[in-house]
Structure formats: structure tokens, C-alpha cells
Ligand binder design. Structure first.
Ligand code: ZN
Ligand code: FE
Length: 258
């Protein structure tokens, strides 16, 4: 039912615009920069009513103050556990965000790891997960522990496979390049790489993906796959004791490489 479109900002960020099909009322997820959003609002005669923030990093919240200054009625939803001065409606696990003037609503999930109060928004078969889960990758651990991030990814992995993953960055090709080190024999991954190259050649976003695609190709969601465990243990040079440790080792491996 929702009509969801990306607005590019900086070098590789996406702000997601959410509307009802045919509607002129919109919510924006993670507006790091206001300028490209002002352009869309003017060109398409859109009325912004809500902002949904996933975490406090500047490339996700940097445009909020200017948007609110021009449109004072915008409600700003964001993680209650993070220091974001522009939030008017703090949210956390289990809260439901209703987009004013629409029938759209999203359930809040706490997904700590990239930052300690990071949230995601789930509804209408869409997940807005900021810098937690990426297409073929996951966010860096700036504040949280590997265990926290692993638990957050497990929580996301339990959603229906058809869920569309609207992450906040265009990192797919870089992520696939690393994922191939972990799973050189994963044919689904090679197919995704071909598709991603084709999209980038056309200047089109590679996102959203589906959760089912991520489960088949994203090494950070595949910490229970025996071939993955074997490769990661070989990289570590020792036995690893469970999925969280496999996750932590893959995360460190990628951090060291790029
Ligand atoms: Zn971030
Ligand atoms: Fe970011």
C-alpha cells in the first residue's frame, strides 16, 4: 500500500519518502540533508507531516532542523534513548508510529549495535533499518557490542521473507565484494552481484532488497551456515563457540579489510 521512494544525499545516503499511493502527504526517514528534500517537496507538491529517525548520526538527522523550521507541524519520531534535540515524539520497542493524515503505521523495533539506541520501523511489508542491516552487509559497531548487534539482526531475520529492506546507504557492491571472501561458492551472491552492477550502471539504487535475499546472501545473517562457520573459523585460526562469536569475527574481518 505505501509508495516508497529514495532521495539521495551526500555520497551514498538514502532518505526514504513514504506516502500512500497517489497521496500528497509524506513521511521521511532519516533526512540527513534538507536540500534534496525541499526540491522533492516543491517539485511534487508534497506536504511533509512526519520524520522518522533511526539513530543520532549527522548523516541521518542533519536535515531535521531546517525541515521543521520551514514546516513547523512536522512530527519528529526518533529513538528515546538517543540524544537528538529535534525529536518531538520519542519512541522505543513496541511503539506504533501513525503517519498523520494517512492509514500508514509502523511498529518500532529496538535494534542496538551500530548505536546504542538505534531503532527500526516495520510495517506494510517494509523495514526502515537505518545503519543496522545493509544490503549484503551490516552497520559498524560504533557504540554497541557484537552480541547486541547479532541479537538485533536475529530479530530482523525473524520477520517475513517478503519484507523489503530499506536501509540508509548504497553500500551493496562493496558489501558483496567482502561477502564473496566469506562465501566464494554462494551462487545467489554471484547473481546478486551481477544484478547490482546492472543497477549501478543505470544509476539506479540497488535497494530495497527482500529479507529472503538477505538471508540467502548476507554473511552477517548466515552465522549458522556450516560452510560460513568453517570459512570464518579458518580465517580466525581457531574454533568459534556459537553464532554470536561467528558474527563478531566476520564483523572484525570486514573492519580490518576496508
Ligand atoms: Zn550511522
Ligand atoms: Fe549512516
Amino acid at each position: 500500500m505505501p509508495h516508497i521512494t529514495p532521495i539521495s544525499s551526500f555520497t551514498d545516503n538514502y532518505t526514504w519518502q513514504i506516502r500512500e499511493a497517489g497521496g500528497k502527504i509524506a513521511a521521511f526517514v532519516d533526512p540527513g540533508d534538507a536540500a534534496p528534500i525541499f526540491r522533492v517537496l516543491e517539485e511534487e507538491k508534497i506536504e511533509p507531516v512526519a520524520i522518522l529517525l533511526t539513530h543520532h548520526h549527522a548523516d541521518h538527522v542533519g536535515g531535521v532542523a531546517r525541515l521543521v523550521a520551514r514546516y513547523p507541524n512536522i512530527q519528529v519520531f526518533g529513538p528515546g534513548k538517543e540524544p537528538i534535540a529535534t525529536i518531538t515524539r520519542p519512541v522505543g520497542e513496541g511503539d506504533v508510529v501513525e503517519i498523520p493524515g494517512t492509514r500508514l503505521s509502523f511498529r518500532v523495533m529496538d535494534v542496538p549495535g551500530h548505536t546504542s539506541g538505534h531503532v527500526a520501523y516495520y510495517g506494510h511489508d517494509a523495514l526502515f533499518c537505518g545503519d543496522t542491516l545493509f544490503s549484503a552487509g551490516c552497520g559498524r559497531l560504533f557504540e554497541g557490542t557484537p552480541d547486541e548487534m547479532h541479537a538485533s539482526l536475529k530479530k530482523i531475520a525473524a520477520l517475513p521473507g517478503r519484507t523489503l529492506i530499506y536501509c540508509a546507504h548504497e553500500y551493496t557492491l562493496d558489501n558483496i565484494r567482502f561477502a564473496k571472501w566469506v562465501e566464494p561458492g554462494n551462487l545467489d551472491l554471484l547473481v546478486r552481484e551481477t544484478q547490482a552492477f546492472a543497477k549501478i550502471d543505470q544509476d539506479a539504487p540497488t535497494v530495497p532488497s527482500t529479507l529472503a535475499e538477505e538471508l540467502a546472501t548476507n554473511p552477517f545473517l548466515r552465522t549458522d551456515v556450516p560452510t560460513v562457520v568453517a570459512t570464518v573459523e579458518k580465517h580466525a585460526g581457531r574454533r568459534l563457540s556459537g553464532e554470536a562469536e561467528v558474527f563478531a569475527t566476520i564483523r572484525r574481518w570486514k573492519d580490518d579489510m576496508y
